[in-house]
Structures are given as structure tokens and as C-alpha cells.
Design a protein around this ligand. Structure first.
Ligand code: SF4
Length: 341
């Protein structure tokens, strides 16, 4: 703890009673953010059998995400803690400080089958808080020591800190790394994904991963209808990804589900009010774009991947609904699902 940290006792919200809250911390380095440090009882979350994904297990060292993407699919999971899916999701970050120690115990069980574990399925494990808490090195070492293959999906350039460790891990177990980048426009980036590293920094991350020998997967997701789906924008993005050494991309359109829908449409109304009626026509009352838009985007993406020599990694027709029956579990976010669909 830093000398300037402000520490308070457990926040009197019923949802927090379920988390093993130890204390809440604010620090000048993270203005506007409160960290709720908890002692978790389990690190591994089991995916439901019907999820139909190649990974059976996930780890989410934090809940909430200061990357604050307006379209974030995981927002609704904060409501389980009696926090809201908007600003609270961005600024009230639950940190499982003992996650690596608990994971080590879980992986030491004789029943552990060394099945694939996915990180970054609900919130970003390399969001800024990871710089303070350094949970990922312990998790990576523990998975590697237990001979367990794993995948990471992130927008966080903090991953570069752990690149030497990941390179070592990849010599012993299967390690898959994916970076999410769906736009280049600096103004849109600031407004839409205000807490994330810049597109330039993420391109540099992709380059660093490729140079380290990783076949880095890139999620061009979500593509925002009428905002980031033009031939010019996608062409520039795909060209930059190819230059950065990405071998293949997956692209799919924005999915609007649950609490995310209202949060995103508020942003759209404030920033691009002329688009509101077009979005209403495109999405109706549902979470997905129309099949016609979906087919149109697939066709555009296919021609651009070919133009830039990016291998095809087809996107699913529809993003599956949340396969987790338990709101307490860390439900996978849509880009992670699509990554393996
Ligand atoms: S989309 Fe990913 S990076 Fe953005 S807020 Fe959600 S979990 Fe964080």
C-alpha cells in the first residue's frame, strides 16, 4: 500500500457480502477509482457444459473494468454486486488479491485435468489496476507449473510487462494471446473506450507479440454500424494490423444486450444523435443487427482480409447469448465467445 492510499472498511452493500471484501482503497494514482480488495474462495469458474466452447474454465482476477468501453458486454455482471452497470462498472473495481494462491490449490487437486483456461473472458486482466496488484505473473506461473494451457484476451498494453514470462510459459504449455482493436480514429477512441491504451499502442503490442513468436489473434470487435464500418476505416485498420504482423483477424458487429444497450445508446444519443433512429431500425428490440447487415459486414470483411493477406477467421452468424446460468459466475464477453466460435 502507498502512503497516500485512503483505506475504508467494507462498503455496506449487500452484494459485497458475497465477495469476501477485506477493504476498499482509493489512491491518487488512480483518480476516481475505488479498488475493493477481496479474498476469493475460488479462482476457476467452470463453464456450463452446453457452452460449446473449447475452454471449460475461466479466471477473472477482477470484476469491473477501468477501460470503460461504452459497449462493454460485461457491464451487467456488476449488478450482481448491487453496483450499477454504468459508472460503477468503470470505477468500482473488485480485485481478487489472493487469486493466484487459490488457483495453485485448485490446480494441485488430483482431479484437475489440465483443460484449457481462458483469461479475459469477462473483464480485462491487463486493465490499469494490474499495474498496482500484479496478479497476472502469479497466475501465469501457476498455470504453467501445472501444465495447463491458457488463453488471454486483452486491450491492455501492460501485457508487455509479462511478455518474457509468457514466452517462457509458451515453451511448456499452449499459450494463446488475442488483442482487441476495432478502430483507429483517435477522437472516437477517446470517447468510446476512454480508459484503454491508444490504437497506436495496441498496434505496437501486436507487433511486440508477433516479434516474440506469438501468432497473435486480433479481434476487430465490435464493429460499430455507421461509425467504424466504412470501407475507408476498415481498410485503414486492416492495413495497419497486417503491418503490425497480425496473421488473421476476426470481426463482428456490435451486440447490444441487457444493461449495455441503455448505456451505449445514451452515449450514441449524446455523441451521434442522428444515428439513433438508424440503430433502432437495425437492432429493433433485440441484441443483434439484422441478418442483412451481418451478411453485408461479413462480405466487406472477407474482401478486406483477402486484400491485406490476413487469413480468414470467420465470425459467427450470431453472438451466442450468455451461456452462464449463474449471474455470480464471470460470464464470457462476446468477443471471447466469438474468438472460439
Ligand atoms: S470491453 Fe473489455 S476492455 Fe472494454 S471495458 Fe469491457 S472488459 Fe474492459
Amino acid at each position: 500500500m502507498d502512503a497516500e492510499d485512503t483505506v475504508s472498511g467494507p462498503r455496506p452493500l449487500p452484494g459485497f457480502e458475497r465477495t469476501g471484501l477485506v477493504r476498499s482503497v482509493q489512491t491518487p494514482e488512480f483518480d476516481g477509482i475505488t479498488f475493493h480488495e477481496v479474498l476469493c474462495k475460488s479462482a476457476l469458474n467452470k463453464m456450463p457444459a452446453e457452452s460449446n466452447l473449447p475452454f471449460k474454465w475461466t479466471i477473472n482476477p477482477m470484476r469491473g473494468c477501468s477501460h470503460a468501453c461504452r459497449y462493454c458486454f460485461a457491464r451487467g455482471s456488476h449488478e450482481y454486486l448491487d453496483l450499477d452497470a454504468g459508472n460503477d462498472f468503470d470505477s468500482q473495481i473488485v480485485v481478487k488479491t489472493n487469486v493466484a494462491a487459490i488457483l495453485r490449490k485448485e490446480l494441485a487437486r488430483r482431479s484437475w485435468r489440465r483443460e484449457q483456461v481462458a483469461l479475459g473472458t469477462n473483464t480485462d486482466p491487463y486493465q490499469r489496476a494490474e499495474g498496482r496488484y500484479r496478479l497476472m505473473p502469479g497466475i501465469i506461473r501457476t498455470l504453467t507449473d501445472a501444465g495447463t494451457p491458457f488463453s488471454i484476451l486483452t486491450k491492455g498494453t501492460l501485457l508487455r510487462r509479462d511478455l518474457p514470462l509468457l514466452t517462457l510459459a509458451a515453451r511448456q504449455v499452449d499459450v494463446s494471446v488475442a488483442v482487441s482493436l476495432a478502430l483507429l480514429d483517435p477522437e472516437l477512441h477517446r470517447s468510446l473506450e476512454p480508459g484503454t491504451p491508444t490504437p497506436r499502442a495496441r498496434l505496437d503490442l501486436i507487433r511486440a507479440l508477433a516479434d516474440a513468436g506469438f501468432e497473435v489473434r486480433v479481434m476487430v470487435a465490435p464493429v460499430l454500424p455507421y461509425l467504424t464500418d466504412s470501407e475507408r476505416d476498415l481498410n485503414a485498420l486492416f492495413g495497419a494490423l497486417a503491418d503490425a504482423g497480425a496473421p488473421a483477424v476476426t470481426a463482428f458487429p456490435l451486440h447490444l444486450r441487457g444493461a449495455t444497450r441503455g448505456w451505449f445508446l445514451n452515449w450514441l444519443g449524446e455523441n451521434h444523435p442522428a444515428l439513433l433512429s438508424r440503430y433502432r431500425r437495425l437492432y429493433g428490440r433485440g441484441a443483434n443487427v439484422t441478418p442483412e447487415y451481418s451478411a453485408w459486414l461479413r462480405s466487406r470483411v472477407a474482401s478486406l482480409t483477402e486484400r491485406h493477406g490476413l487469413g480468414p477467421r470467420p465470425a459467427p452468424e450470431r453472438i451466442p447469448e450468455n451461456p452462464s446460468p449463474d449471474p455470480a459466475a464471470d460470464a464470457p464477453r462476446s468477443d471471447q465467445l466469438a474468438l472460439f466460435a
